[in-house]
Design a protein around this ligand. Sequence first.
Ligand code: 5RP
Length: 219
Amino acid sequence: MKLKNLKKKVALEALKFIPEKIFVGIGTGSTISYLINFLKNIKNKIKGAVSSSYETTMSLRRNGIKVVKLNSLDCLPLYIDSADEINNNMEMIKGGGAALTREKILASAADEFICIIDETKQVKTLGKFPLPIEVLPMSYRYVMKELKKIGGEVSKRNVITDNNNYILDISKLCILNPLEIENKINNIPGVISVGIFSQRKPDILLVSTKKNVKTFFYK
Ligand code: 5RP
């Protein structure tokens, strides 16, 4: 089965987990773009969405789904997003689409976080996918120097984030202790956020395989 069909299949399955009359947080990326296409069919059943990026906001609006700001809500019942890598302990790398900071905010703010992936995202050890880090532009060379002490190869991505910052990627880093690396990188002045999600892990994981979609509950 083609990768895009695996992504579509898991996005369709996620609809079953969305209660009526709520605002839903929506992530960023190609899996999520399939979810948004399906979401338009139930747009009158939900109150609207909170978006994790400019790209997602545009796509939600094109599909007739109301977008509200996180600050306008007292609570966010649900956040749905995908990931770049996930290990057996439900720790993830995110940020392939450069939206990691807003994604982390929404995942943390939400009462429930559902992660939807295809089976190619499951790994034993995080780090094959280059680890994204959002940094303040004025600090990027200093942060690069500090990151090199951790290991791997650090490069600056040719992108400006929705928050007007830069993205650094660490490739060839074997992340054996995600929590420790997440905290270490978070502590470097100039770092806005790091794409390791080991503190806020998903409550529900949906994984599409060639045969079916598997559901795992962690709450
Ligand atoms: C964006 C992300 C995405 O969740 C991640 O990159 C997965 O994307 P895709 O669904 O295209 O494989 O973290 O910042």
